[in-house]
Write a protein that binds this ligand. Structure first.
Ligand SMILES: Cc1cc2nc3c(=O)[nH]c(=O)nc-3n(C[C@H](O)[C@H](O)[C@H](O)COP(=O)(O)OP(=O)(O)OC[C@H]3O[C@@H](n4cnc5c(N)ncnc54)[C@H](O)[C@@H]3O)c2cc1C
Length: 416
């Protein structure tokens, strides 16, 4: 009797997962974007911090004030694993990417992926001096903020901050709110002048001084003693705690030689946020060719990171590729006032149109050809929302200015 031929049971290999590297804001939005686009396959998220994705903006604001630190987790582990069905691997670093082999090395193990999204963000640029008799405190991660807060809670009363950019300024504002003596040091004669323009930079310095901050311009720290620091102008300032916020650098060194194009700010993407075949990127590290502004842009801030994450997540799991573009936007909160910037312009292009409103309201605009290209405001939320719309729609300069400057009852109503 002939043995019947039995077809072998077909054992289908499960498709490799979509892997997201970086459990931050852009990584989370990428996971949400992929799920919202209908992706039901395996999804793995690798993050080198111990926490699930959390929100960084409060770290230099409410997290440092005297009241109890706010909740900063964007989603808890339960939501991530059950609702989004993420295979969450925290406390682990991606170490190498093999684009041709579609795999990534994590903790010595090679993991295959269907697509990968790189959302590794920036890390603090570090600072050291030769003589250093006390620890220096960067401010980028939750662990950094907790360490700093612990010192202030323990009664440290004199804080020196190197770097008067957004993070340094917010830290100064938060520390002053709890009565700490603050010395704020800016290496440049006008902090943030290149980004915001001369008048906004001056307005910010005035705000610090009005709130009792000792602002030292054009100097840095040369020595750190046990309870004081020596500045580059030779003067000595008492300090129990020395913090710094002198910018970030992309966490992309592990991608060198992988085939992903890197530049000093991070990863160079195409208009679909693609960095190589089956490789996407999102967040602080990304530069993209903007059709709206007709140039390559990078905007390492919260709103663009969230928008890019969602777009990269969708593009990584669908054939239909959606181009990414946005009108860059960021905000900063100092002394109870909101500073906002929208659009693309250098500080020297900003022209002040209002700096005389009673509550410190300030508005500057920039022009490109016949269009408004950027707006910077302090206590001007509604004007900034309107400016973002005008920039996106390409409203003519005269029409935009007419609304933004001449109509104090609507767009120009100063609001905290
Ligand atoms: C103190 C502070 C205050 C801020 N305030 C504002 C504000 O008021 N307004 C505003 O617009 N923006 C603000 N920002 C900026 C905003 O938070 C960032 O733009 C945003 O967090 C960027 O998100 P991201 O996901 O690209 O990067 P991140 O949030 O940095 O997340 C990246 C994650 O990837 C991890 N990672 C890095 N390398 C690896 C690796 N090899 N393997 C695994 N994981 C890795 C990192 O540790 C990190 O957890 C602030 C930032 C800070 C630090």
């Amino acid at each position: 009797m002939e043995t019947p031929i039995v077809a072998p049971e077909s054992v289908e290999e499960p498709a490799p997962p979509l892997i997201i590297i970086g459990a931050g804001l852009a990584g989370l939005r990428a996971a949400e974007g992929a799920r919202q686009a209908g992706y039901s396959g395996a999804l793995m998220m690798i993050g080198d911090e111990e926490h699930p994705p959390y929100d960084r903006p409060p770290l230099s604001k409410d997290f440092i004030t005297e009241s109890a630190p706010p909740e900063v987790l964007l989603r808890d582990v339960d939501e991530l694993t059950r609702e989004l069905d993420i295979d969450l691997r925290l406390g682990r670093s991606a170490e190498e990417l093999d684009v041709a082999g579609r795999r990534v090395r994590v903790g010595g193990e090679w993991l295959s992926y269907s697509s990968i999204i790189l959302a590794v963000g920036h890390r603090s640029r570090s600072f050291r001096t030769e003589r250093q008799e006390q620890s220096l405190y960067p401010l980028r991660t939750m662990a950094d903020a907790l360490r700093l807060r612990e010192r202030l809670d323990a009664g440290a009363g004199r804080l020196a901050i190197l770097g008067a950019g957004f993070i340094g300024s917010e830290l100064a504002s938060s520390a002053r709110s709890r009565g700490v003596d603050v010395t704020l040091l800016s290496a440049t004669p006008r902090p943030l002048e290149g980004a915001l323009g001369t008048q906004a930079a001056d307005a910010l310095v005035r705000m610090h001084r009005a709130h009792g901050v000792d602002v030292r311009l054009g100097c840095t720290i040369t020595e750190v003693g046990a309870s004081s620091i020596v500045l580059s102008d030779g003067s000595e300032v008492a300090a129990d705690v020395v913090a710094y916020g002198i910018g970030g650098e992309p966490a992309t060194e592990w991608l060198a030689g992988s085939g992903v194009e890197l530049d000093p700010g991070g990863i160079v993407c195409d208009e679909f946020l693609r960095a190589a075949p089956h490789v996407y990127a999102a967040g602080d590290i990304v530069s993209w060719p903007s059709e709206l502004f007709e140039r390559r842009l990078r905007s390492p801030h919260w709103t663009p990171a969230a928008e890019q994450g969602a777009c990269a997540g969708r593009n990584a799991v669908t054939d239909a590729q959606e181009p990414f573009d946005t009108v860059p936007y960021y905000w900063s909160d100092v002394y109870g006032k909101r500073l906002q910037f929208v659009g693309v312009a250098s500080g020297e292009e900003m022209v002040v149109v209002h700096d005389d409103l009673p509550d410190g309201g300030f508005l500057a605009l920039a022009r490109s050809g016949d269009r408004i290209s950027a707006a910077c405001g302090i206590a001007m939320r509604r004007a900034i929302v309107a400016a973002r719309r005008h920039i996106r729609q390409g409203t003519s300069w005269s029409d935009a200015v007419e609304e933004l400057v001449s109509d104090p009852r609507s767009a120009l109503v100063a609001t905290r």
